[in-house]
Design a protein. Structure first.
Length: 256
């Protein structure tokens, strides 16, 4: 039971965090606790500070005020979190397998895990291809495999599917949902899409326009196993959650 765990057991603790770039207050104040194993989705208007919050959790930036703790300590860039960005950012001079091997080696793990990771993201048998010999959607799968390679406790994803066509996006959403359920990895996923948020999240947080503050914090109590994506999307609870989150996003957007 999460409530019985000591406070230190949270994967991420954000306390009284504000962040400013010079005179521009981008975010906060924010208080947020993410228990281990949660799939948290952040939704909000462009410029409300979603990427800023993700960068604070990754340790790329320190908050102007307040504290961010991951696994009970200050986040160290490249240590505690695997990252996936909007663009795959693979090394073009390496093969697909070479890209993942590099991540494994950097994490001090045996390089023979490449095929297992590619299979996990639905790409068995492409290890010897060049990154430019696979599609954009496949490249993004490789980026996810690379982020999983390091076996970090956290997975941080910043609009990873935004540049993909609708069909590829749906496939990747389905695969990521399965991967997250089977690995139980604590994840923070940023998106503009309310449907993506409800589909993927075990919890959705909506931020207000800049400076981003939490305006809605909703558990997504939908089945994560033994249900097809179509059946999931067809549930009345699914529609109700979409409506509630959409309403919060639109209301906040309108007041910007
Ligand atoms: N390095 C920076 N220097 C100055 N201002 C910045 C910097 N990074 C972000 N900002 C500003 O801080 C605010 C929040 O930016 P952030 O990138 O976190 O928003 P976002 O919610 O991720 O937006 P989007 O949905 O468009 O990606 C914006 O107003 C942005 O212009
Ligand atoms: Mg962003």
């Amino acid at each position: 039971m999460p409530s019985a765990e000591p406070a230190g057991a949270a994967a991420i603790t954000v306390t009284g965090v504000e962040h400013a770039y010079g005179d521009v207050v981008a975010l906060g104040p924010i208080d947020l606790t993410v228990p281990t194993g949660e799939f948290l989705v952040l939704v909000g208007a462009s410029g409300c500070g979603k990427s800023t919050l993700l960068r604070l959790i990754a340790g790329f930036e320190r908050p102007t005020t307040g504290t961010v703790l991951t696994d009970g300590g200050s986040p160290v860039p490249g240590r505690g979190a695997g990252l996936v960005f909007q663009q795959p950012r693979l090394f073009p001079w390496k093969t697909v397998g070479g890209n993942i091997e590099l991540a494994l080696r950097y994490a001090g793990q045996p390089a023979d895990g490449v095929d297992r990771l590619l299979t996990r993201v639905g790409l068995p048998g492409v290890a010897n291809r060049r990154t430019w010999q696979i599609s954009g959607g496949q490249q993004q799968r490789v980026a996810i495999a690379r982020a999983l390679a390091a076996d970090r406790p956290l997975l941080l994803l910043d609009e990873p599917f935004a540049a993909l066509d609708a069909l590829t996006r749906e496939r990747l959403q389905e695969d990521l949902r399965t991967v997250s359920t089977t690995t139980g990895r604590t994840s923070v996923f940023v998106t503009h899409s309310v449907d993506e948020a409800v589909f993927l999240g075990s919890r959705v947080v909506v931020l207000s326009p800049r400076p981003g503050r939490i305006v809605l914090d909703l558990p997504i109590d939908l089945p994560r196993t033994d249900i097809t994506p179509n059946d999931l999307r067809g549930l009345p609870e699914y529609a109700a959650l979409r409506a509630e989150i959409g309403h919060a996003v639109r209301n906040e957007g309108a007041s910007a």
